[in-house]
Design a protein around this ligand. Structure first.
Ligand SMILES: [Fe+2]
Length: 244
């Protein structure tokens, strides 16, 4: 079929040297990612072939689905790093926290697992706008968290106006692009939205959100749907602050 994208760029070919992935589901048995430590080890071997140098593991903490605690996540991390190759690949563990009432309770009692230096990975519900979104973000902010919103392009209720994204950025949050959004992996609307946010320089960081082989295959076999990759190349460099 005729394509407007003259040069085919695959994610596996464009990650910069020493790229660190800050969003994935590598830890075994505690969410919808790797089910066993053998799967963790296999995913890591595949991620290395995609030129991913290191990772920060971010299993879900989502009270109605994945009731993880810091202790559960730490135990899964320790199981994963019994293998030496895994140990050198996973720099540390954090979590992808669902922004909801139970998270608001949790932050009163404990410090959440940060990616690094107060950076906290937060996801929103995919289909319904939290009615007290800004109150919850405020509660995080006053506790000195730097909020990274995971895959903002995936929240369909934000798609109807760019002002909703601008308001979030004005509030001082960071945006993390799921790289696979630019291949169409999550559907046409999410692809178009990710392209718009990329063109407007609204992303701060990137992540693979790898759960399984399905995402690995997409990195290898489905080209990015972008005309030029200069903005993406620039954006990909930003994750390096988490290497230190
Ligand atoms: Fe995720």
């Amino acid at each position: 079929m005729f394509s407007i994208f003259k040069t085919k760029h695959y994610l596996k070919d464009i990650l910069p040297k020493n790229y660190i992935d800050i969003h994935n589901h590598l830890l075994p048995g505690i969410d919808d990612g790797a089910r066993t430590v053998e799967e963790t080890t296999a995913l890591i071997a595949d991620m290395k072939t995609l030129n991913i140098h290191k990772s920060i593991a971010t299993p879900h903490t989502y009270s109605s689905k994945w009731n993880n605690t810091s202790e559960i996540i730490k135990a899964a991390y320790e199981t994963a790093i019994e293998d030496n190759a895994n140990r050198s690949f996973i720099k540390k563990y954090a979590s992808e926290y669902m922004l909801d009432a139970s998270l608001m309770e949790k932050i009163k009692n404990e410090r959440l697992l940060c990616i690094d230096d107060h950076f906290l990975l937060i996801e929103f519900p995919l289909f319904s706008n939290p009615f007290n979104l800004y109150e919850m973000l405020f509660e995080l902010k006053i506790r000195d968290y730097k909020i990274i919103i995971a895959h903002p392009e995936r929240y369909l209720y934000l798609h109807d106006s760019i002002e909703k994204y601008e308001k979030l950025k004005d509030f001082g949050v960071y945006f993390q692009l799921n790289l696979l959004s630019l291949t169409g992996y999550y559907g046409r609307n999410i692809y178009k939205n990710s392209l718009q946010l990329l063109e407007k320089n609204m992303y701060d960081f990137t992540g693979s959100d790898i759960h399984s082989n399905a995402e690995i295959n997409q990195f290898e076999t489905t080209p990015l749907q972008i005309r030029t990759k200069s903005k993406l190349d620039q954006l990909l460099l930003n994750n390096s602050i988490f290497l230190k």
